[in-house]
Structures are given as structure tokens and as C-alpha cells.
Design a protein around this ligand. Structure first.
Ligand code: MSP
Length: 652
């Protein structure tokens, strides 16, 4: 394969990224990094979907020009992706001129083929899905995904002759049985096509927020028709032939299972109509659930991925999402489970193994390992098999199996150390060569693990490689040479701080059989060992009255800058504050009029509780509560921040 072009869905920007949308970007990033590790030139595209009615409404609610709002959201999205170490090569926004060029060209071409015609649409439209809904798809009159009532729409529209592509699509699926993965999604889509395709509306009349139709400036292109085109407009469609031919067709579109039908029915039909090649594959991943429900902004049950990054860095979250959720299926996220896996997989297992090897090499070999020759041992065989399994799994996007293969090496290395007892070998100088060999093999196995984990946990893997004496520059490492078992090089092993300190919280339970081992003992250590968590958590002094970190994180506190302030009419106590929260403007009513003059607050940064239900105070709706220190009956003193954080910064 000469190159790999991978894309994710482009996100609606009516709110910040959440763990569900981040899951998609993380998994696509793992695939992109894996392809690069295989030495394949890779182009990874992500972006924002801006011409949506929800986005338009959100901007207006905040008194912002929609484009200015989208500019702000671009920063928010890119900021989150940077903190999650997402290595995209290009980021497209549907308001960019290059996208408009691509959409205009594609729509024109499809019309020239006779596949766009004028008609009249009447029916239900769900603004959250940005999709027309058939009566039979509604549950109790509500959209089944968003549980909101769709709007009844009646307007002149242009239609795309989707029905014409029913048979060509069926033929295509027969000829390309692996086009849509996993297989279960393919069956869903085949049933849908076999059930009959109707022509679809591809324009919205009388709207300003969108790309005008090239042949009727009074209408804009339907947001999905527009959004799907991003995959070609980003690589120069309609503008740069060379670029377009270098990357198109894409090798893989990574999208959520809720939008596979757009990518596997409408998008291929659009391309067939335009006479363009179809993408090679679509992967429809499952949903991240929170407490059994799809995490979604409209359901209001979202988790901010940055909460996990702030506490642990990006790698533990990346590993959890990749290893714990079978790719293609739905999976659940809870803080309890996440912390449990952190302790088991990272603190007690991989992190502990890296520390033990480095500590033993330091203690017994002064940090240096000599090259080894001798018959290959079982550890090497198992590691080489795990590398082969890892490749097979990655190549078919079974990311969870790939992670499990890497972990198999970790487990076998632990067993190898326990069986070969380096601490016992060290007692007799006659064993020096064998001791070196055992430690060398263990370090080599963990180095190979580091290579395999590069796509999944890029930072930690790089650190592990450095500590285990990888001699090549990491940027030049490929899977072929990096994962090849090598014993011919002397190497220096580096000791460092614990990669993942254990969580000692009461609920961070260490499952039986997965307890850590100390540096030189194969036994489960005594509870008094300061390096090891006790088998049972210590009782808290006042356990009942304490809250968990989950409880605390439910309270979303953010910094805000006061834009305007005034007294609430007829109230002695209340001030009405207009505050800037980065992605939105809000009104907050505060009982501080006794203590503060409104003008003195403008331009200052305070903290609000941002996820309180709105409350009406003297007829004014308050959307948040400003934090103040106040003794019983005393004057409130507003809480200020040390420094100048951007409005909307999370306070923890
Ligand atoms: N803008 C459209 C996509 C257009 S692509 C040409 C859209 N945007 S979205 O913001 O609603 O969703 C972006 C992606 O995140 C979609 O692939 C969607 O399936 C995915 N997810 C949204 N919530 C999710 C979970 N709870 N779990 C996993 N993925 C989730 O749809």
C-alpha cells in the first residue's frame, strides 16, 4: 500500500468535545499512528461541521456572529485534541473557502449528471440529527436518538436521485464485502438498501447559514450533503488535481454507528453520481455509554475528557478506551472502572514492571546490560508471536486485541522474572552471565512492548523505550525494525520516577491476582511495604461524610470574565452579571449588591458553578452561581483567581 488517507467524522460545534466524540478521534489517531509506524505515508483529516442549524442557534443565543462563534470553537476543539495527543495532519472547517469550492463543484457535477431535480418537501426534520425523519422511525412522535420532537417542514427543495443508486449500491456491496466494518453494520446497511431508497432533499430554502446552491442562490446545500464533501474538499477536490489524486480515494472513514448510513448509502451514491472513486472502507464504531446511555450533548450526560487528562495525562484515557472497549461495539465509561484499570494495567502491571527492571539493572549491573547470545528462550517466542498477533489485529482494526497482545508480553515478562529469580542469581557472582541475560531479555521484552504501545500511548511508550535503552531515534522507528527481538547490542537502562503512581483511594480496588510485586520478591509483599498499596483500603476517618472525586467532578466550575453588570430592578441584594465563558455568554444573578458596585466587577475574572439548573431571581433567569466566601450573615467576598486564565477554564 503506497499511502493511507484516514478521516473521522467532522464534529458539530454547538458544544465542546465530550468523551464520546473524543473516543472516535483517539481510535482514529491510534490507527493513523500505527500506519505511520508501519512506514506508510499517512494523511489524517479531522475537522468541524459548522453549517448546522444547531450551531447557528447556539451562536445567536450568545449574541455572536455565527462565524465568530465557530472561530472560537475551532480553538476549543483543537485545544482538546492537542491535549489528547491527536496527531491529525489537516483540520477542515466547512466554512473555509476550500470546502465551499469542493461542495460547489460536486453539486454542480451531480446536477450535470441529471441527479438533482426540483421538488417539494413535506415532512419531519430533527435538528439534532440534521436529518429528515420518516413517521415510522419516530417513537411516540419523538426522534429515537435525541428524544426531541422533530419539526414539520414544508418547503421547495432540490432532491438527489438516491433511488437511482439502489442497484449500483447493492452491486458495489456484493463486490466489496469488506467495505463496511464491522460486519454487523454491513448487514444493517444492506437491509436498509434492500428495503428501497427514496430520493432525498439536498437543499434548505430561504436559509443564510450554509453554502448557496450554485444554480439557486436562494437555497443552501443540506448540511449532510455539504459535510460529507469535506473528505474530498480537504484534499483539493475542485481546486488541486494533483493533491486530490495523491490522496483520494480515502482508505478509511472512521465514524460512529449512528451515521454509517450517511457514509455508506448517501456518500457512495453521491460519488457514483459524480463519477468519482469510492472510499476503500468505512469503520462504524460503537458508542461510549455513561451509565448505560449513549453519551451525548443533547442527553446532557457527557464526560469531559480533559477531566481525565488533567488527573492522569492523556495516555491512561487512551489505553482505557482502546483496551476496554471492543472496537466496533458499544462500551461503558465510569470513573470507578477507569481508576480500577489504571491501577491494574498501568500502576501495578506495566509501570511496576518497568520500575522493577530498571531498579534491578541499576542494583545488580550498575545500569548497563551486555549483549547476549544464546538459544532463544520462551519469552522471545511469546513476544514474537504477540507482535505478529498485534499486527494482524491492527490491520483489521481490532484495536482492543492489539492492545491485549502487547499486554500478553507484559504478563509473560512478569512470569519470566518470577521464574528466573534475578535476585537469587545476584547472590552468587558465578551467575553473572545468566543474571545479565535474564535482565536483558526482560528489558528487551518491555522495549518491544514500548514499540507496540507507541500508537496507543505515545508519550508513555516513548518514555518506556528510552528507559529500556532503545538506541534508535524514536521518530525513525518502524514496526519492522523496532519490534524485532534484538540481543546483540549492549544497552543502558535508565531508572526514573514511577510512570503511574498508584491511586490509593478507597475505591481503587486491586483485583485478586493482579497485585504488584516489589523489586526483588516474587511474593505479594507485606502491607507495610511503602511501595505497595495495602490489599484492603484504609478506613477513612469520616468515610460517610466524604464525597468521591466523581461527586466533586459533577460540579462544573469554570472561570468567567464579567462583561457587563447592573443592579436587578427593585432588589437591594441582587446584581445581574453578563459573563463570558469562552464558548458562550451567560447571565448570572448574584446576591452581592450590598458588597460590590456593578462597575467595579466589569473586566474581572471570577468562578461560577456552570452546570446548575437555571433559576429565576426577581424575574431574571440566572444560569450559574458565582462563588463567594461568606461567613454566616457576613459580607460576601467574591473568589478570584491567581493569574489570568482564559474564560471557561475548568476549576477543580
Ligand atoms: N457532524 C456530523 C458528522 C458529519 S461527518 C461528514 C456529526 N457530528 S457529531 O458531533 O454529532 O458527532 C461526531 C462523531 O462523534 C460521530 O461519528 C458520532 O457518531 C460520534 N459520537 C457522538 N457521540 C458518541 C458517543 N457517545 N460515543 C461514540 N461516538 C460518539 O454527527
Amino acid at each position: 500500500m503506497s499511502r493511507f488517507y484516514i478521516t473521522t467524522a467532522i464534529d458539530y460545534v454547538n458544544s465542546r468535545p465530550h468523551l464520546g466524540t473524543a473516543y472516535e478521534k483517539i481510535t482514529a489517531d491510534v490507527i493513523a499512528r500505527y500506519k505511520r509506524l508501519c512506514g506508510i505515508p499517512t494523511h489524517f483529516l479531522m475537522g468541524n461541521d459548522e453549517f448546522s442549524q444547531n450551531v447557528y442557534r447556539r451562536a445567536k443565543e450568545q449574541g455572536l456572529d455565527p462565524l465568530a462563534y465557530c472561530d472560537r470553537m475551532e480553538e476549543v476543539f483543537r485545544g482538546v485534541w492537542a491535549r489528547l495527543d491527536i496527531s491529525y495532519d489537516d483540520f477542515i472547517r466547512t466554512t473555509q473557502p476550500r470546502h465551499r469550492t469542493g461542495v460547489t463543484e460536486l453539486v454542480r457535477r451531480i446536477r450535470d449528471r441529471g441527479d438533482i431535480f426540483e421538488g417539494f418537501y413535506e415532512g419531519w426534520y430533527c435538528e439534532s440529527c440534521e436529518a429528515f425523519k420518516q413517521e415510522k422511525d419516530l417513537i411516540d412522535g419523538l426522534c429515537p436518538i435525541h428524544t426531541t420532537k422533530p419539526e414539520w417542514i414544508k418547503e421547495k427543495n432540490y432532491f438527489f436521485r438516491l433511488s437511482k443508486y439502489e442497484q449500483p449500491l447493492l452491486d458495489f456491496y456484493r463486490e466489496h464485502p469488506t467495505f463496511l466494518q464491522p460486519d454487523i453494520r454491513r448487514n444493517e446497511i444492506l437491509r436498509l438498501i434492500e428495503g428501497g431508497l427514496e430520493d432525498i432533499s439536498v437543499s434548505r430554502a430561504g436559509q443564510l447559514w450554509g453554502i448557496p446552491l450554485p444554480f439557486d442562490a436562494g437555497s443552501v446545500v443540506y448540511v449532510w450533503f455539504d459535510a460529507l464533501t469535506n473528505y474530498i474538499s480537504a484534499v483539493g477536490y475542485g481546486a488541486d488535481e494533483d493533491l486530490f489524486h495523491r490522496w483520494w480515494p480515502a482508505n478509511l472513514h472512521v465514524v460512529g454507528k449512528d451515521i454509517t448510513r450517511f457514509h455508506c448509502v448517501i456518500w457512495p451514491a453521491m460519488l457514483l453520481s459524480a463519477g468519482l472513486p469510492l472510499p476503500r472502507q468505512v469503520f462504524g464504531h460503537g458508542w461510549v455509554h455513561f451509565k448505560g446511555q449513549k453519551m451525548s450533548k443533547s442527553l446532557g450526560n457527557i464526560i469531559d475528557p480533559l477531566d481525565a487528562v488533567d488527573r492522569f495525562g492523556p495516555d491512561p484515557l487512551r489505553l482505557y478506551l482502546v483496551k476496554e472497549i471492543a472496537y466496533g461495539q458499544d462500551g461503558d465509561f465510569s470513573w470507578e472502572r477507569f481508576e480500577e484499570r489504571y491501577n491494574v494495567d498501568l500502576a501495578n502491571n506495566l509501570g511496576n514492571l518497568v520500575s522493577r527492571i530498571a531498579a534491578m539493572v541499576d542494583r545488580y549491573q550498575k545500569g548497563d546490560l551486555a549483549a547476549v547470545n544464546g538459544a532463544p528462550e520462551l519469552l522471545q517466542e511469546v513476544a514474537q508471536q504477540a507482535v505478529a498477533d498485534y499486527r494482524t489485529a491492527m490491520d483489521r482494526y481490532a484495536l482492543h486485541e492489539a492492545a491485549a497482545s502487547a499486554y500478553r508480553i507484559v504478563d509473560v515478562t512478569n512470569e519470566y522474572i518470577a521464574a528466573n529469580e534475578p535476585w537469587a542469581l545476584a547472590r552468587d557472582a558465578a551467575n553473572q552471565a545468566r543474571l545479565n541475560q535474564v535482565l536483558y531479555n526482560a528489558a528487551e521484552a518491555v522495549r518491544v512492548v514500548g514499540v507496540l504501545l507507541l500508537p496507543i500511548m505515545p508519550r508513555a511508550a516513548a518514555e518506556i523505550l528510552t528507559r529500556m535503552g532503545e538506541w534508535r531515534p524514536l521518530g525513525e522507528l518502524t514496526l519492522d525494525d523496532g519490534a524485532t527481538w534484538t540481543t546483540s547490542r549492549p544497552r543502558r537502562i535508565i531508572k526514573g520516577d514511577a510512570l503511574w503512581p498508584r491511586l490509593e483511594e478507597a475505591r481503587a480496588v486491586v483485583p485478586k491476582g493482579e497485585r504488584p510485586m516489589s523489586v526483588d520478591s516474587p511474593k505479594v509483599p507485606a502491607q507495610s511495604d511503602p511501595d505497595v498499596p495495602p490489599a484492603t483500603p484504609p478506613p477513612h476517618a469520616a468515610a460517610d461524610s466524604r464525597i468521591s472525586i466523581d461527586d466533586f467532578l459533577k460540579v462544573e466550575m469554570r472561570t468567567v470574565k464579567v462583561v457587563a453588570a447592573e443592579r436587578v430592578p427593585n432588589s437591594r441584594k441582587l446584581l445581574k452579571l453578563d459573563v463570558d465563558m469562552g464558548t458562550e455568554r451567560r447571565t448570572v444573578v448574584a446576591g452581592i449588591a450590598d458588597a460590590y458596585e456593578p462597575d467595579a466587577l466589569v473586566g474581572k475574572t471570577f468562578i461560577i458553578v456552570a452546570n446548575l439548573k437555571p433559576a429565576k431571581l426577581m424575574g431574571v433567569e440566572s444560569n450559574g452561581m458565582i462563588l463567594a466566601a461568606s461567613a454566616e450573615g457576613g459580607r460576601p467576598m467574591l473568589v478570584q483567581v491567581d493569574g489570568d486564565p482564559a474564560p471557561g477554564t475548568r476549576v477543580r
